[in-house]
Each structure stands twice: as C-alpha cells, then as structure tokens.
Design a binder for this molecule. Structure first.
Ligand SMILES: *[C@@H]1O[C@H](CO)[C@@H](O)[C@H](O)[C@H]1NC(C)=O
Ligand SMILES: *[C@@H]1O[C@H](CO)[C@@H](O)[C@H](O)[C@H]1NC(C)=O
Ligand SMILES: *[C@@H]1O[C@H](CO)[C@@H](O)[C@H](O)[C@H]1NC(C)=O
Ligand SMILES: *[C@@H]1O[C@H](CO)[C@@H](O)[C@H](O)[C@H]1NC(C)=O
Ligand SMILES: *[C@@H]1O[C@H](CO)[C@@H](O)[C@H](O)[C@H]1NC(C)=O
Ligand SMILES: [Zn+2]
Length: 338
C-alpha cells in the first residue's frame, strides 16, 4: 500500500513564519544569558589606547581559585585590591545601600510591593538580557523611584572577556534600560566582583561608576549543602551591632525565590536598627541616571508581539531558510510517496 501525502508549500511557509514569530526572535534584542554581538557604535565610545592592558583571565583559573602571582592591575577578587573610585560602601554612618542583583524576575515583584509599603527606594543591578521578557517589572521599579544599574547582558566574568565584548555587555544592557525606562544608567556592578583596571577604564569611559559592596549576604550560596537560609537575616542582625564610621552597601539577589523572600526580614532588621535604606546613588549624592526620564519609550512586556524596526540586527535565521525554500518552490505542489 502506498500513502501519498500532499504538502502545500505555501501553507508550510506560513507555518514556519508563525513558528519563527512565536519564538521571540524578532524583538531586536540579543538572546538570553549569552554574550551579545559587538556593535561598532558601542566600541567607538571607548578610546582603546586609554584602556589599561590587563591580561584576560581564564574561567578555569577563576573557578579553581588560581590567582596571578603579582597584581599590577588591581584585580579585585584575588587580592581584594580596590582603587579610590570603586564604591564599596555608603559614606555616611547609618546609610544603607540595599542592593539586589541579577533580576528582573517574577520574584522582584514581591520586593517592589514590600518596598512600596515601607516607602523605601533601593538599587537593582539588572541583567540586560533578563529585561527582555520582564520589561514591565523593570519599568515599575524605575517608576517607583528605585535606582537601576547595569549588571551586564549575560553575567560573565568580565576579566575573561575581550575589551570589545565587555563594552557590548555594558552597552546592550544600558540600551535596553534606556529604551524601557527612558533613562540611561550611570552605575554598573561587575558580576562576581570580577574586575580589574581594564574593566575600570572601560566602565569609566562609558560613564559608569563601579559599585561593589562591603556586606555580602552570601545568599548566592543558598544551594550549598549545609547552608541555612536563616544565616542571611542573622548576618544582617550581626552587622547592626558592629561599630562603624561609614554606612554600608549590602549584596542580595532577586534571581531566586528563597533569596528574594529574605527581603521582608532584612528590611525589618534595618529599619528597626534605624538604618537609612536608600539607593546607592542617593547615599553618594550623585545622580542615578544621565538624562531625566522624559518620554519613556516603553516596550510591551510581551516582546514577541512588538516587532521593532531594528529587528534586522539580530534575527535568528534558523527557520528562515525553510521559508525561502518553500517560497521558491511554492509555485508547484510536491507529492511525497512513502
Ligand atoms: C532602542 O531605542 C533606540 C531609540 O529609539 C532605537 O534606535 C533602538 O533601535 C532601540 N533598540 C532596540 C534593540 O530595539
Ligand atoms: C566581540 O569582539 C571580541 C574581540 O574582537 C571577540 O573576541 C568576540 O568574540 C566578539 N563577540 C561576539 C559575540 O562576536
Ligand atoms: C586551575 O586550572 C588551570 C587551567 O586549567 C590550571 O592550569 C591550573 O593548574 C589549575 N590550578 C589548580 C590549583 O588546580
Ligand atoms: C513569571 O510569571 C509569568 C506571569 O505570571 C508566568 O507566565 C511565567 O511562567 C513566570 N516565570 C517563571 C520563571 O516562573
Ligand atoms: C553569616 O553567613 C555566613 C556564610 O553564609 C555563615 O557562615 C555565618 O554563620 C553567618 N553568620 C551568622 C551570625 O548567621
Ligand atoms: Zn550577579
């Protein structure tokens, strides 16, 4: 017995087009959590001759804790080396720069609700590629007065990336933040605090202040065996009892539900101890963004449906060859005989 299947090529072409539209490839933004493409307009913003030429690190060395024997480029993770421009804490006693990294996520929403009920503003260092599907959350955070900082596009160890790639990581993120909120951010935080003089030079030429922290909640360890989630709150409580001549900046993450869920405990501890929770930019007394948010060109949160004019920049053509093929042969019908 022969089964004859008749395939209408135009139907298949339409089907492929629908598949392509539904996979969100037409938003104009690079993909989630992978290094974004370089852009000459981004690279042109940096005078490469004025970037100190620190050698690139290897992920494998960072992973196994191998440090260079000398530290001419003030590589922070190994030597804890800092330069005077690095921001580790708020200058004024009792000021507390509360920061959450790696969002925006669904779990950011509960944090925003909490902060609203306390009428508090804080800082979120966001991963640019995670803004694509959560631009509504980012916009809400911005509109409610929180500071938005750049935390790269794909969260790499920046010292392992070529200079052009570092620029792309920062500028794609700044562009999506600008396009969603209307304002260009003026602060960046290197993932894993992995930075050296090369990264400092790139960041400062692009107009960013580099913000790390002096109080690490270590919440990012929460999956480790033996880690107790209650340590986060108990660390904050212990910090309240320390004598200090400056304010502080703490590190937490809104990437994970359990770590985001510590926010009510932490805010309670800080407010009871009369700490002044504020965005990092406020505790430093410098603006958070380059341009006041005037007309924000807000993108729909369902970016699949908003096909931008810039879409040609980064379309994933994986399905397109099928469409072209079927369109070329679309004048005929083909019969497949099995
Ligand atoms: C961001 O907005 C600018 C200015 O409107 C526009 O030129 C650019 O294409 C937008 N970027 C993306 C990836 O949509
Ligand atoms: C960007 O440029 C750098 C340096 O030329 C290169 O190593 C990197 O692979 C490029 N990134 C992409 C995503 O093409
Ligand atoms: C760490 O990894 C690098 C690269 O694979 C290797 O050369 C080095 O010997 C390793 N060091 C340790 C302490 O394991
Ligand atoms: C986040 O929330 C949206 C809307 O409620 C839902 O569609 C999506 O699956 C959620 N994402 C995650 C990672 O839970
Ligand atoms: C603070 O956190 C560290 C690491 O997460 C933990 O080892 C320590 O026990 C905690 N301290 C308190 C007082 O909970
Ligand atoms: Zn991070």
């Amino acid at each position: 017995m022969k089964i004859i299947i008749r395939i209408n090529p135009l139907f298949v072409a339409l089907f492929c087009l629908l598949v392509q539209l539904s996979t969100c490839d037409l938003t104009g933004w690079p993909a989630l959590d992978v290094p974004p493409p370089n852009r000459t307009d981004f690279t042109a913003k940096v005078d490469l001759t004025k970037v100190r030429n620190a050698p690139l690190n290897l992920v494998s060395n960072i992973a196994n804790g191998t440090c260079p024997t000398t530290d001419p480029y003030c590589y922070n993770p190994c030597s804890k080396c800092t330069r005077s421009d690095d921001i580790l804490h708020c200058p004024t006693v009792n000021d507390w720069g509360l920061t959450f990294d790696d969002g925006p996520t669904n779990d950011t929403i509960a944090i925003l609700d909490l902060l609203k009920s306390y009428n508090l503003k804080i800082t979120f260092f966001v991963v640019g590629s995670r803004v694509v599907s959560k631009s509504d959350v980012l916009l809400r955070a911005f509109q409610e007065g929180h500071q938005i900082g750049v935390h790269t596009w794909s969260h790499p160890y920046l010292t392992t990336q070529a200079t052009e790639q570092v620029i792309s990581e920062l500028e794609w993120s700044a562009e999506i933040i600008k396009n969603v909120t209307g304002a260009r951010p003026l602060y960046m935080r290197p993932p894993y605090s992995d930075y050296d003089d090369r990264i400092r030079d790139i960041a400062s030429q692009l107009g960013y202040r580099v913000v790390v922290w002096d109080k690490d909640s270590e919440d990012w360890h929460f999956k480790d065996p033996g880690f107790q989630i209650s340590w986060i709150a108990s660390n904050f409580s212990a910090w309240m009892n320390e004598k200090s001549t400056t304010g502080h900046i703490s590190l937490e993450h809104d990437l994970f539900t359990v770590t985001a869920q510590q926010a009510p405990l932490v805010v309670d501890i800080l407010t009871k101890a009369k700490r002044n929770i504020k965005p990092v930019a406020d505790c430093l007394g410098f603006p958070a963004v380059a341009t006041p948010a005037s007309s924000s060109s807000v993108k729909s949160s369902s970016t699949c449906r908003s096909v931008k004019s810039s879409a040609t920049m980064d379309i994933n053509y994986s399905n397109s060859w099928l469409i072209i093929l079927f369109l070329i042969f679309g004048v005929n019908n083909y019969y497949y005989i099995l």
